[in-house]
Write a protein that binds this ligand. Structure first.
Ligand code: ADP
Ligand code: ADP
Length: 232
């Protein structure tokens, strides 16, 4: 569960203030696929990044599975951040590392044996359908394949939450559908809560259960996707 309580965020750059988030109150239920939609600049990315504390809220609190991450010690915070996976529009893969090495990376920082790392990397890459690409480099892959590597890297630590930052915006429509189907499968098989930000209504329509509409730093509406697309 992710609970945003009165979350506001002000960026200050050279004396210039931008209110990116204004009193956000919304709860993402455990096991949900929750979408946040809005135009560029609405505050979606900032909102997503307050969940794993890539951004600190200026005021208010974000609770993740009941825990207030901002009040944890550095060590505890790192433990909690491992339970939150994230995928990106442009994948953020290391180009000098193989697919295998990219996915193993998050495990290198924890006290897991080499054998266990190997097992988990292979299982995860098998799950996303890339067991024949272990020794490929990202530049040898299609966009959809790169995102599958990104997804494997996010899943390899067994997270309970997956944050998706415009994860299909760089992909063609057909590849988008295949990645969304994979996210749906992850949600169903592993019971992972998925929070998606996007500017594309098709993405929301395809896999989300609930959706929040963002405008100028505010959530102006929260609705079930069923209600949004059904005539009253
Ligand atoms: P979205 O993801 O919906 O496009 P963002 O969260 O990226 O929206 O941005 C919300 C607002 O905050 C925008 O006006 C943007 O210019 C501003 N903003 C985002 N990041 C920063 C930053 N690091 N410094 C200053 N302003 C920022
Ligand atoms: P998409 O349009 O889905 O992004 P691409 O045209 O990029 O697909 O890739 C299609 C196929 O070509 C994929 O199976 C991928 O493995 C292969 N491929 C793409 N780029 C390279 C490359 N630089 N070297 C080797 N194979 C590649």
């Amino acid at each position: 569960m992710i609970k945003f309580q009165n979350v506001s965020k002000v960026y200050e750059n050279k004396g210039q203030k931008t209110e990116a988030l204004k009193e956000i109150n919304v709860t993402v239920d455990k096991g949900d696929i929750f979408g946040v939609i809005g135009f560029s600049g609405a505050g979606k990315s900032t909102l997503l990044r307050t969940v794993n504390l890539l951004e600190n809220p200026s005021t208010g609190e974000v609770l993740v599975d009941g825990k207030h991450l901002a009040s944890l010690s550095k060590h505890q915070l790192r433990q909690e951040q491992k339970k939150i996976g994230m995928i990106f529009q442009h994948f953020h893969l290391l180009h000098s590392k193989t697919v295998y090495e990219n996915v193993a990376l998050p495990l290198g920082l924890s006290r897991v044996s080499k054998k266990e790392v190997d097992k988990r990397v292979r299982e995860t890459l098998d799950f996303v359908g890339l067991s024949d690409k272990l020794q490929s480099y990202p530049d040898q892959l299609s966009g959809g394949q790169k995102q599958r590597v990104g997804i494997a890297r996010a899943l390899v630590t067994n997270p309970s939450i997956l944050l998706c930052d415009e994860a299909t915006s760089a992909l063609d429509p057909q590849t988008t559908i295949s990645i969304l189907n994979l996210l749906k499968q992850i949600n169903e098989e592993y019971k992972i809560t998925i929070l998606i930000i996007t500017h594309e209504m098709e993405v929301i329509k395809e896999i989300c259960n609930r959706v929040a509409v963002m405008e100028n730093g505010r959530i102006i509406e929260t609705e079930t996707v069923f209600n949004l697309f059904t005539d009253p």
